[in-house]
Design a protein around this ligand. Structure first.
Ligand SMILES: [Zn+2]
Length: 256
């Protein structure tokens, strides 16, 4: 596919290219990388599918610094360069993830926020809009033609900025705004948590890295086991019939 003289390697509408992309189609990718399960899987997916991979991590007032430490450690394990952008107070107090005065809802709780009765309080409004915009800026200067992000509409249908329609819209806006085609790859877009675990198993080194990932909304190690993120992660590993490497060495009575 060619547009404005540029030949697209995958086609802009293909959010999840095949895993066995040939060597001639590899190029440079920038991964939006939080240090969680999904972005870690995306980082190792990118290592399999691109010649050169960079990680981009945001500090946006997450409740626990442990997420950033996970991201730093895993980027080092993966052997990729990592940029850290500090967004300061941009999202402060806009979500239970960025406001320690708000409790993280348990997985069986609606956790409705003040701003919207329909979205969980863990929704950070505008987060992926900002992340992808800044990632596009970095991708432009680094010469990356693909941004990789670990959104999934299967398990996070409640978050509008995880939907495929949003990703496609951002891809179009970014390419128009930069006058340079930059693709957004979302390899987990339509995968269940079980399928995401199976993908991780197929990626060399990924399971080792997942032992250091932080997914828990409460930032706990061992994970709290009660928040929605912990419950989804546990469900995925259980359905895949694989032990979560994060829990290896954790006594069963310490797993909540
Ligand atoms: Zn948790």
């Amino acid at each position: 596919m060619t547009l404005n003289g540029y030949t697209y390697r995958f086609g802009m509408s293909n959010l999840c290219p095949p895993m066995n992309i040939g060597p001639n189609t590899k190029n440079k990718a920038l991964v939006v990388f939080s240090g969680g399960q999904d972005s870690t899987t995306c980082l190792y997916w990118a290592l399999q599918n691109f010649d050169e991979v960079h990680a981009l991590t945001f500090s946006y007032g997450q409740r626990h610094i442990i997420e950033l430490e996970s991201a730093r450690l895993i980027a080092e394990m993966a052997g990729v360069t990592q940029d850290l952008i500090d967004l300061g107070p941009a999202f402060a107090n806009l979500s239970s993830l960025t406001d320690t005065d708000q409790a993280i809802p348990a997985s069986d709780s609606a956790g409705a926020s003040n701003a919207s009765a329909e979205l969980p309080s863990t929704f950070v409004p505008g987060r992926n809009i900002v992340f992808l915009s800044l990632a596009a800026s970095r991708a432009y200067v680094k010469g990356c033609d693909t941004i990789v992000i670990g959104v999934s509409q299967e398990d996070f249908a409640g978050y509008p900025d995880c939907r495929e329609s949003f990703i496609k819209s951002m891809e179009s806006a970014i390419s128009n705004g930069l006058d340079k085609p930059i693709r957004i790859a979302a390899p987990l877009q339509n995968l269940s948590k079980k399928k995401t675990v199976e993908l991780a198993v197929s990626l060399p080194g990924c399971m080792d890295a997942l032992a250091f990932s932080t997914t828990c909304y409460n930032g706990q190690r061992p994970p709290c086991g009660n928040c929605n993120s912990c419950v989804l992660r546990a469900k995925g590993f259980a359905q895949a019939g694989i032990e979560d490497p994060l829990l290896e060495g954790v006594p069963s009575n310490a797993r909540r």
